[in-house]
Design a protein around this ligand. Structure first.
Ligand SMILES: Nc1ncnc2c1ncn2[C@@H]1O[C@H](COP(=O)(O)OP(=O)(O)OP(=O)(O)O)[C@@H](O)[C@H]1O
Length: 427
């Protein structure tokens, strides 16, 4: 039976956004072993559901609860961070302006979106007049989309999807901006989708529209599915919640939102895995262990974040590279490399490079010959004692003040007690 065919299966699907303000923060975080460098925000926190052919599923929830993020994953516009989103069929999303090119005309956008949805040029030509008629845009169809109102964009998006023949149609608040006649016409058309065996996901803040369209409702609440069931069961609960929420004072509302948003920042896949393990044990302890093994991959991140293996591998390569550079460039022994791993950074400078290049017989544009003695900069280190001056250290060690200053890239002769300095050895 067509109605039983599973068209969408979400299995512990999550979506994480990085809240890094700058690109450089992201780069830094790659080298932080525990990945705590970037604040995370989990817009979807491990949702599971199945949708079937011929079902119209309403998706409700307050602003920011994760409805659009979830449906963008159903549409394949964005990939889950972890879990599996299995789609059996073609998808079409109607959201205000989604996938539209603002500089192109309405007609060009129809052509582009239809091509992207797999229609041939011939099919597009055959349907073009009907799409334009359904959109009610008249002469505006040859104007750039950037000049359209949100209602006009929604009309165009809806008209394209009506004729796209996709198996899964996602309508994300697109019916909240059109005029009542167009909205009614679109809703009637959507009901025909249902009869044709398509799966429809329908987001709207209008309870009346929801009741008219949906037979099942998914209630999203700060990244979780709070309820999923027949409309007669879910809508009254949601409306009760809204009444309570709207009676909150401003402070109470803010505190409520803050608590849940905080949980979206501190959420981890480990936590999700533990919850699922507990649930499975309660449901059926005899099969729980087997299912846990099968499910393991659902709780690891996909390609978006580097896996443990890659991180550890990168860190080892970085350490080896720095060690090898220390050894080669600064002529350090492996024991010294291990004792002073950061010497390359603290000692490295263009002038030093010139010296080192010369010492190693390398020439290049930047390596000018130097007539001062060449020092190996990292043979010994010395900790300045109380009351000592650079001159005193120079006398004591028989190394010139200039050589010490050069090795330590000092701009003046001031040294402080406890300061560690390099005593270069003349080669
Ligand atoms: N690219 C992004 N980067 C960071 N956070 C994001 C991003 N996109 C969405 N979010 C956050 O994810 C959460 C869910 O957003 P989403 O748009 O899915 O909610 P929604 O339920 O569709 O909201 P609305 O009803 O207002 O359209 C929000 O808190 C939002 O701020």
């Amino acid at each position: 039976m067509v109605e039983n065919k599973v068209t969408v299966a979400a299995n512990h699907v999550t979506k994480r956004f990085d809240l890094a303000e700058r690109q450089s923060d992201k780069v830094k975080a790659v080298f932080k072993f525990w990945g705590k460098g970037i604040p995370n925000f989990w817009a979807v926190k491990g949702v599971s559901f199945e949708a079937h052919a011929g079902e119209t599923i309403g998706v409700i929830g307050t602003n920011g609860s994760g409805k659009s993020t979830l449906l963008e994953m159903v549409a394949g516009l964005t990939q889950p961070t972890s879990g599996q989103m299995t789609i059996n069929g073609s998808t079409s999303i109607i959201a205000i302006g989604a996938g539209m090119r603002p500089k192109l005309t309405g007609r060009a956008n129809i052509r582009l979106k239809a091509l992207m949805q797999g229609m041939t040029e011939k099919e597009i030509e055959a349907k073009m007049d009907d799409i334009i008629e359904f959109s009610e845009l008249g002469d505006f169809i040859d104007q750039p989309v950037k000049s359209y109102s949100s209602g006009m964009k929604s009309k165009l998006g809806f008209a394209i999807s009506v004729y796209s023949d996709a198996d899964i149609v996602i309508i994300d608040e697109a019916l909240s901006v059109g005029d009542p006649t167009f909205t009614q016409k679109s809703m009637e058309r959507t009901k025909r989708f249902k009869e044709e065996g398509k799966t429809i996901f329908f987001v709207s803040h209008s309870a009346a529209q929801m009741r008219q369209m949906a037979d099942r409702v998914i209630w999203m609440h700060y990244g979780d599915i709070r309820m999923d069931g027949p409309i007669d069961e879910v809508m009254p609960e949601y409306e009760r919640f809204l009444k309570r929420f709207n009676r909150f004072s401003e402070n109470e509302r803010l505190a409520y939102q803050k608590r849940y948003k905080e949980a979206q920042k501190t959420f981890t896949l480990g936590h999700l895995k533990q919850l699922e393990r507990n649930r499975q044990m309660l449901l059926d302890p005899s099969t729980a262990l087997k299912r846990q093994k099968e499910d393991e991959h659902s709780f690891t991140e996909g390609s978006e974040k580097m896996g443990w293996f890659t991180r550890v591998f990168l860190i080892i390569i970085t350490i080896l590279t720095v060690g090898l550079m220390n050894k080669q460039l600064l002529n350090m022994s492996w024991a010294n490399v291990a004792a002073h791993p950061t010497h390359l950074i603290t000692n490295f400078a263009p002038s030093k490079l010139a010296q080192l290049n010369q010492r190693h017989g390398r020439t290049g544009e930047s390596s000018k010959p130097v007539d001062t003695p060449v020092y190996s900069a990292t043979q010994n280190t010395y900790t300045v004692k109380d009351g000592e001056t650079l001159e005193g250290i120079s006398e004591k060690t028989n190394i010139s003040v200039e050589a010490i200053m050069q090795a330590n890239q000092m701009t003046d002769q001031v040294v402080n007690p406890g300061q560690e300095i390099i005593l270069p050895v003349e080669r």
